[in-house]
Ligand binder design. Structure first.
Ligand code: AMP
Ligand code: ZN
Length: 137
């Protein structure tokens, strides 16, 4: 348990949460400020900051839970689909620094927009691909 981590406090039952699913490795509960009703967060029971320090086996357990409950989140919310998303570091809008995946129910004509898109120019497409490839161990 990490001091001052709100999600660790939820795991320790020091603060309340609307839990929808729990197993040995993960906990899923409603986001208190939902994008849409039924917005659910899936977290590991052990504290990690985000994708960069979460071990592969823990990440796998998180995604297994996401996969297990996604249909229930959709149907239980009366939604037509879901977005599954994850923010890593402040620049990517991470606010709670305990690894978590968002399952966000989506409805016809709800106000949420897809991410914007950019273009590549002057060889940047190939260059950034090469830069990424060179760092994958
Ligand atoms: P992120 O921006 O990806 O770090 O998302 C953190 C999410 O945690 C936000 O959507 C918050 O609404 C949510 N959140 C913060 N505190 C609580 C809490 N006590 N219970 C449930 N969700 C929370
Ligand atoms: Zn934590």
């Amino acid at each position: 348990m990490e001091e001052d981590c709100i999600f660790c406090k939820i795991i320790a039952k020091e603060i309340p949460a609307e839990v929808v699913f729990e197993n040995q490795h993960t906990l899923a509960f409603l986001d208190i400020h939902p994008n849409n009703h039924g917005h659910t967060l899936v977290i590991p029971k052990k504290h990690y900051r985000n994708v960069f320090d979460t071990p592969e086996d823990v990440w796998t357990e998180i995604m297994k839970t996401v996969h297990h409950i996604a249909g229930a989140v959709r149907d239980g919310s009366g939604a037509k689909g879901v977005n599954i998303s994850n923010n890593n570091e402040r620049v990517a809008h991470q606010e709670v620094f305990h690894t978590h995946i968002h399952i966000i129910p989506r409805f016809e004509n709800d106000p949420h927009k897809p991410w914007g898109s950019k273009s590549y120019e002057d060889g940047a497409f190939t260059a950034v691909a090469e830069s990424i490839r060179n760092r994958i161990t």
